[in-house]
Design a protein around this ligand. Sequence first.
Ligand code: ZN
Length: 239
Amino acid sequence: MRVGLLSDAHGNLLALEAALARLGPVDALWVTGDTVGYGPDPSDVLALLRERGALLVQGNHDLAVATGEGLAWFNEHAAAAAELHHDWLSPLERDALAALPRVVASEGFTLCHGSLRDPLWEYVTSGGAARASLELAGTPHGCVGHTHIPAVFVVEGGATRTERPRDGDVVTLGGRCLANPGSVGQPRDGDPRASCAALDTTAGTITFYRAAYRVDETQRRIRARGLPDFLADRLAYGV
Ligand code: ZN
């Protein structure tokens, strides 16, 4: 089974379309949260993922946009965008985001946005944090998002190895691992291209991809819709 793994699309429709095109045909799409927040097209991004039958989990931005919960923890730009998105989305769309599960298991993988210790808010950036999260999973493997940086934490005996995959890299999952596909809509690893990955559940591998898209057009839409300039500027640098 080939599974497209996406995270942190953040209302960036052009980036999502590029990522889906780069992935090509998949048997399933899994999305580890933050479908909305930051970008110019939250409603279109949510609609496209639902149309594609994606399995979505809730991220901290999804909850904040839907209900206002957690807004106090956001920086000013993130909070301004979340409040605008709240107003742009219909009550039905907000209800759908509010009702998303925070943890879901499928095909031997447990999906959440942050970590199994704190599904909405913890940033897993170290082998120790990845291991602690996996210990709470009822499956061999896990998928997370939230950091906007692609990574695979592979548990091997007593040690945890951290891979920082680039475009085209294939990582073997091994016995236990936690994978983060990076961010579709707002990458923060210095590469502005949309980040995504594909799991091959039969071969036990994950392949990472980057997809170029019209960053300038997303920036234009961000400014045209009255979102903070900073959210447009950062997309050019992937930070
Ligand atoms: Zn995010």
